[in-house]
Design a protein around this ligand. Sequence first.
Ligand code: HEC
Ligand code: HEC
Length: 345
Amino acid sequence: MRSTSSREVEAIGSERRRDVRQRSYGRLVHPMHRMQWMSWLVAVSLLMWVATGCEREDWKPDRLAYRSYSTEDATIKHGRQAYKTYCVGCHGEAGDGTGPAARFLEPKPRDFTSGVIKFAAVEAGQLPHNEDLERVIRRGLHGTSMPAWRFLPEETLGGLVAYVKSFAADEFANDEPHARIVAAEDPWAGWGEKKAVRKGAAIYHALALCSNCHPSYLTKQEVFDLSKAEYGSGTTSFREDPYAGVVTSTDWGDELAAPDFLTAVLKNGTGIEDVYRVIVSGIGGTAMPTWRGALPEEQLWALAYYVQSIALLRGTTEAKELAAKLASQAPFDPVKAKAALEGES
Ligand code: HEC
Ligand code: HEC
């Protein structure tokens, strides 16, 4: 555990001073005015409720073009205000991810000063579009401390997006608008989901080799059989522990294991479109690459169905049984497996 830096102490100190200030403002309300104050509060709460309760979930992704928020004072000001209320404790005054709470959190809050975020529908590592920032802020990231800000009015959300981008103003000003990764049509929907899961398992373990970073969910014999059936040549070599995620480091210097879908919460949720979007886009600043273009769309969607099928097992007895089966599998003999293959052909 690293010790508290003077900067953090300073940050905590200034939070405290603000707290004290707020408390003394509270006491300035004269008792005579308390009733007026109360009814004002009720009115404001009602207004907030009306404003946020009708929030549409289906806000259109294409509605907001790249850099469409003006950086006019009013938007930024509004964003700064909201940021200081809701976000500063984790993401920090300077947007560098070092708010007073940050040292207690794992994963760490994002540093906004490079402009790159993890979950954007662009090639991993490129600047996000407003829509990406909106989606992450609205929905939060499951399994992390990043909350879902579902009930913020649109205007506040717009202000927050503009303010968050202002921490990397140079990057956003100098970079040309770039292609958003748009979802291709799901070729399996409505008829072939089960088939997609089977195809996805083969692609995951033997073609795209997601299992080079993420854990494998098949016994070695099963990987051999499946790769033989799908692609003709049976896989006989495996990394040292194929049932653990490989640890790599992020661009910001954290160590990060490729998640085990059987136990980790998917940060973007288990909806098929969310899983697909993460796979095709990749994850900015991390080892998780962009898969758009590397495989045909049909295979990318199959991968999404396969990963989703594993993620949905999380916490069930089937998950336990699968883990137990993998742990207790018979030793795999590549020489024997190969000999059997040659004997057949
Ligand atoms: C309790 C702490 C906490 C608060 C409060 C918080 N965040 Fe976060 N936020 C996080 C963490 C932790 C991550 C990184 C999660 C990860 O790396 O997977 C994150 C990530 C993000 C990201 C980047 C997501 C990505 O794809 O990389 C954005 C944008 C963001 N937060 C915006 C905000 C805004 C705007 C607010 C205020 C309305 C806010 N956050 C409040 C903890 C917090
Ligand atoms: C070079 C290593 C590497 C390879 C190869 C790789 N991943 Fe990842 N993947 C990662 C890392 C690291 C993360 C964790 C990022 C994070 O949580 O911030 C990740 C996260 C994910 C997530 C989680 C998204 C979420 O919402 O939490 C999915 C889904 C995923 N990978 C699917 C795949 C699939 C499918 C493949 C193969 C086509 C693949 N990955 C190949 C390293 C890799």
